[in-house]
Design a protein around this ligand. Sequence first.
Ligand SMILES: [Zn+2]
Ligand SMILES: [Zn+2]
Length: 239
Amino acid sequence: MQVVERQRNYLRNPLPPGDGICAVCRSNAGNGFEVCYQCGQHRSASGGLQADIVAPIAYSVKGSQHDHSLIAYKAMHRSNAAVQNLSSLTVLYLAYHWDCFSTALGGPFTHIATVPSTRGRQGEHPLETFVAKRLNLPALRAVSNSAYSADDRSFHADRFYLPGGSVAGGRVLLLDDTWTTGGRVQSLAFALRAAGAVAVAAVVIGRRVNPDFGPSKPLVDRLRTAPEFDLSRCALDDE
Ligand SMILES: [Zn+2]
Ligand SMILES: [Zn+2]
């Protein structure tokens, strides 16, 4: 809990949808739009087969402490402080909201999945090591389609597949560290749903915001005056 306490001064909760905030990813949607351009693209390209819940834990403003942790926790020479910050934050967040997610999805989670590395990193995903193993859920190991480059941030229905085949009836907790365009998270959500999962909740540790990108300015301004981070604030209450 202390580990989360000391992150409170720089973490910011997602802003509620509406008033130019995307109903899916909580980034800038532009006035009068329900979702941002990218979430709109994913919605149409996936035919609606997407994550049922998208819950960013906090914003990750480029250059901020949280953004730094999200890079440092999986660097070649990983920062133990960053690992501790992010794993405590995520495990506590999930504990707080486990029941809300279960209720919204129609039952408890049956599996956990992380977005596989598209950069050829060997071995287990650090989120699996530091978070997933503490949750007692069987892990689904999706595989990336090598036809797509690591830098490709678009949605592709065939971007990932599940070598095991079916997750019929499953309710999957999809965990990722950073949401930039959301293309990879939603591609994996699509693959899970296509493999039979009945529901997918995507929890992302940081919704990345680039403060140098002009249209993000109103969002960044609002974050400057936003209230202190509150772990118990529920993404589902906003809807
Ligand atoms: Zn969006
Ligand atoms: Zn909740």
